[in-house]
Design a protein around this ligand. Structure first.
Ligand code: MLT
Length: 407
């Protein structure tokens, strides 16, 4: 008889944002008259910008004629998009990334979940705590994380790097007896909104090169960086080509959460202990398991980097960061301890009166009808913290914060 994958059965509860979705749906059903404001999942609310919409219309028309119709997309993604990214993202940063090192995908979530597949089963994984749950959950599914301890909320075979107020929410290098093989870093950070400096990131690159480890660098929020000395890409660091994979998204910088587009960079110089090019495994995986992001959406992605596209998407980012400012200032006025929100669309706050993260979630939902994300959902070091997103509309953000201030 068939048996379910035992590693999947180890996963406690449901995916964080599904759990929240269920709770909110139940509250909404019981309180149909209440206007709920959702500042939980980091989903955008502004429409796709005109340059992107024009590109979608144009590409859609091409699909309507035999001469310009496109079927399956090339394995790595269309050259027009890969060349544009190499030029407009990496060359601009002074980073040496060739277009055949760029793999177009249907988004950063899939890539950050799938990337672990190309590494050995006994790969030791290190994550920040708190952390975007996808990195841990997908390694659990792959049977790499050992056993879950209900009491601590930790997996026995994962190296955790606590990110707390004490260390400015920046992870410290793992202890000497805990050398990981695969290190997940996300900056600007989800969920804390914290950043690290270029010098700090260089330390990680040096550490990875010294120990033969690989860094998976999730730069999904780089468009929100407003301060100097915060790196936009790990390839700004010396030596990153031999130790780093970078994952990027079009969701947060251009509003593609519903249209799905992202990419992953795997340089040719990244090799395993036996000299195997890691890139060749990712290419093999793409060829076997993925049939490409739609042509229409890849054209939309290209339009993000046009002059108009850059101007329009920057306006959207400014809009969301204005929300972030309103949230930060409002919560500070109300006496909350807040961080993030300056280089990231996430505001990280300490819960009042020693409430647990989930107690505060219920309190906010019941009393202010505002949805946020409990910090403990991202890992044990997130306990007594809470995340609000700046991705709402300005009007809703103002209303939510004004309701919280009145509590
Ligand atoms: C989040 O809320 O953490 C993000 O929206 C999740 C994601 O990008 O998948």
């Amino acid at each position: 008889m068939i048996h379910a994958n035992a590693d999947y059965l180890k996963l406690p509860g449901s995916y964080l944002f599904s759990t929240i979705g269920k709770k909110v749906a139940a509250f909404s059903a019981a309180n149909p008259d209440k206007k709920i404001i959702r500042l939980g999942i980091g989903d955008v609310t502004q429409p796709l910008c005109p340059a992107v919409i024009d590109a979608i219309h144009k590409a859609t028309d091409e699909m309507a004629h035999a001469e310009t119709f496109r079927g399956y997309t090339p394995d790595l993604g269309y050259e027009f998009l890969r060349n544009t990214i190499a030029d407009k993202v990496y060359k601009k940063l002074g980073a040496d990334i060739a277009s055949d090192e760029i793999f177009i995908s249907d988004g950063a979530k899939s890539d950050s979940g799938n990337i672990q597949e190309i590494f050995a089963a006994d790969t030791k994984v290190a994550v920040c705590d708190p952390v975007y749950p996808v990195y841990v959950d997908t390694n659990v599914m792959a049977g790499r994380t050992g056993n879950y301890d209900e009491a601590t909320g930790l997996w026995s075979n994962v190296v955790y790097m606590p990110c707390t107020a004490e260390n400015g929410y920046a992870p410290e290098l793992p202890a000497a007896d805990q050398t990981p093989d695969l290190i997940y870093l996300c900056f600007p950070n989800n969920p804390t909104g914290a950043t690290i400096t270029k010098a700090q990131l260089q330390d990680w690159v040096d550490y990875a090169n010294k120990n033969g480890a690989v860094i998976v660098y999730d730069a999904a929020y780089e468009a929100y960086i407003s301060e100097d000395d915060v790196p936009h890409s790990i390839y700004e660091c010396q030596g990153a080509r031999t130790c780093a994979i970078e994952i990027r998204s079009f969701s947060k910088n251009a509003g593609f959460t519903g249209t799905r587009l992202g990419f992953t960079v795997v340089p040719h110089d990244l090799k395993d202990a036996d000299g195997v090019e890691i890139r060749s495994l990712w290419a093999r995986r793409h060829g076997t398991k993925f049939n490409g992001a739609p042509y229409i959406i890849q054209r939309a992605g290209e339009a993000v980097y046009s002059e108009e596209g850059q101007r329009q998407t920057n306006e959207q980012i400014a809009y969301y960061m204005n929300n972030a400012k309103y949230i930060m200032e409002g919560l500070k006025e109300a006496g909350y301890t807040v961080s993030g929100g300056v280089n990231a669309p996430y505001i990280w706050l300490k819960t009042p009166d020693k409430m647990t993260s989930w107690e505060f979630f219920d309190f906010l939902l019941n009393e202010a009808n505002v949805v946020g994300t409990p910090g403990s959902g991202f890992g044990p070091s997130g306990e007594h913290h809470f995340r609000l997103t700046a991705f709402g509309s300005f009007e809703n953000t103002v209303e939510a914060i004004d309701r919280i201030k009145k509590l």
